[in-house]
Design a protein around this ligand. Sequence first.
Ligand code: NAP
Length: 243
Amino acid sequence: MKHVLLLAGTAEARCLAGRLWDMPGIALTGSLAGTTRDAHPVAVQTRHGGFGGAMGLAAYLRRNRVAALIDATHPFAAQMPWNAAEAAQAAGIPRLRLLRPAWPMRQGWLQVPDLAKAAQAIPAGGRVFLTTGRRFLEPFLARPDLRVVIRSIDPAGPLPPHCHAIQGRPSDSYAAEFAVMCAYGITHLVTKNSGGKPAKLDAAEALSAQVIVLPRPPQPDGPQVANVSEAVDWLHRTVGFGS
Ligand code: NAP
């Protein structure tokens, strides 16, 4: 039996767990950071919380005789992919990065390096749909000349009067994204380039709202695949299935 550790926190990780939970010869453990209060469950035995950096993760891999590591964390998880790469090397095991493709930039979109630059790009009176999560909001909290609708999975915390919180996840439905942006008269959408279903981007374009995109953080070198099927193939080639 080969023990495989899956760094989760994405839809792809959940789907991969769904493909592997009963695979002969594979014992899969999921891992969630434990920072999202209402995280979707992963369909395998799952641990919660950090490992204590790359060396903590390397110690976990050795102690639990992990044969392969699959990093299916979010494209904007800036630290964990580097910890995974360093830990897998230290433990001498193969590692795969499962990373959904980024959205190709479309005509008229604006790419900015961070939220401070995003806020600077929006003129007074703008009605902003901010979908980058509940962290690092300061540049928008400091702009009372804007109306800012902040969508986040966990509550955003206390906000000034010009900001309005919506608790929820992005929707795959164009109609749902169109409805929410329409309801607030959104003129600007600020989003990470997370990839996946482009429902909110299509809705923003239909409303002639300016799309402002944050680029992804860099990734460590090493084997990388774009979808769950390729990850299953990699695992098959790398550790094999069967008892
Ligand atoms: P991060 O900056 O890469 O990670 C910060 C720390 O959280 C890591 O150093 C690690 O702690 C711990 N960690 C992260 N992912 C973990 C996992 N799957 N299992 C165990 N520990 C984990 O990531 P983040 O931006 O804080 O995101 C945290 C989690 O939320 C990630 O798993 C990511 O997939 C998910 N997520 C992130 C975003 C986003 O936009 N950033 C969006 C959706 C989901 P130690 O160093 O102590 O091991």
